[in-house]
Write a protein that binds this ligand. Structure first.
Ligand SMILES: C[S@@+](CC[C@H](N)C(=O)[O-])C[C@H]1O[C@@H](n2cnc3c(N)ncnc32)[C@H](O)[C@@H]1O
Length: 226
């Protein structure tokens, strides 16, 4: 695909990508992202595998969650797709913080905030009861500060993980997209799972594009987006 064409508007370069259709692509994001145009994405909101060997009580696992070699190439491509000044909000597994950070820094992403989502329940009990999720907010280039900054301590709703073993709550994703993706902007999730990010984007009238490796999860996302 041809790259986005820049045009000047109000002293800023605005990138006009060829219109991508809303939807979900089934396949490996490492193979599919290179097909997408440069600087077409206004907000990346993604929930990649946590690199923690996840297995839930019924034995469900997450593809690529037992390895980290995909991290650097994935974020390298993610950055290419982001418009300058765009944000990438990425959930991550805290046990692999070093691997995530190495990939983000190598890709040229700069941490600008860290968000904690407080769960009203423990998803696991070890040394502590695990009662939060984390996301880093990462910027490509000079940050365009939003008018209304959200609190970095946020609530969480239990989804029951009925559609995906690590399903994220749409209602907690909606405020992030409303605040950090301009109206008419494109929200991108290369690790889309059951499509929660895309459902949230659609509910706000934003454009959306997801990629999901697992054919069953991609089909679930498609159904949610019908
Ligand atoms: C943590 S889950 C996302 C769950 C999602 N937020 C939801 O609410 O359903 C991460 C997803 O990334 C997918 N995945 C792993 N490696 C991938 C790859 N190389 N390309 C695309 N998807 C991948 C997994 O199959 C999994 O569904």
């Amino acid at each position: 695909m041809s790259p986005a064409r820049p045009r000047a508007q109000g002293g800023h370069l605005v990138f006009e990508a060829p219109a991508l259709p809303n939807g979900i692509l089934q396949g490996d994001c490492l193979k599919l992202m290179p097909e997408l145009p440069t600087a077409c994405v206004d907000l990346v909101l993604t929930d990649p595998p946590y690199v923690c060997g996840y297995r839930d009580r019924s034995g469900r696992t997450v593809a690529n969650d037992n390895r980290s070699d995909w991290l650097a190439p994935a974020f390298h491509e993610i950055v290419r797709l982001m418009k300058p000044g765009a944000l990438c909000i990425s959930f991550y597994g805290w046990t692999a913080t070093d691997a995530f950070f190495a990939a983000w820094r190598a890709a040229g992403l700069r941490p600008v905030a860290h968000v904690v989502f407080c769960k009203p329940y423990a998803s696991r009990t070890g040394v502590f009861r695990a009662m939060h999720e984390n996301a880093y907010v990462l910027a490509r280039g000079r940050l365009v500060a939003p008018g209304d900054a959200l609190s970095d301590v946020r609530s969480w709703t239990y989804t029951g993980n009925k559609l995906h073993p690590t399903q994220k709550p749409v209602e907690e994703l909606v405020p992030l997209i409303r605040a950090y993706c301009p109206e008419g902007g494109l929200v991108f999730d290369p690790f889309a799972g059951s499509g929660s990010t895309l459902v949230a984007a659609r509910s706000l009238g934003r454009r959306y594009l997801g990629i999901e490796l697992d054919a069953v999860h991609a089909a679930t996302a498609e159904k949610r987006l019908l």
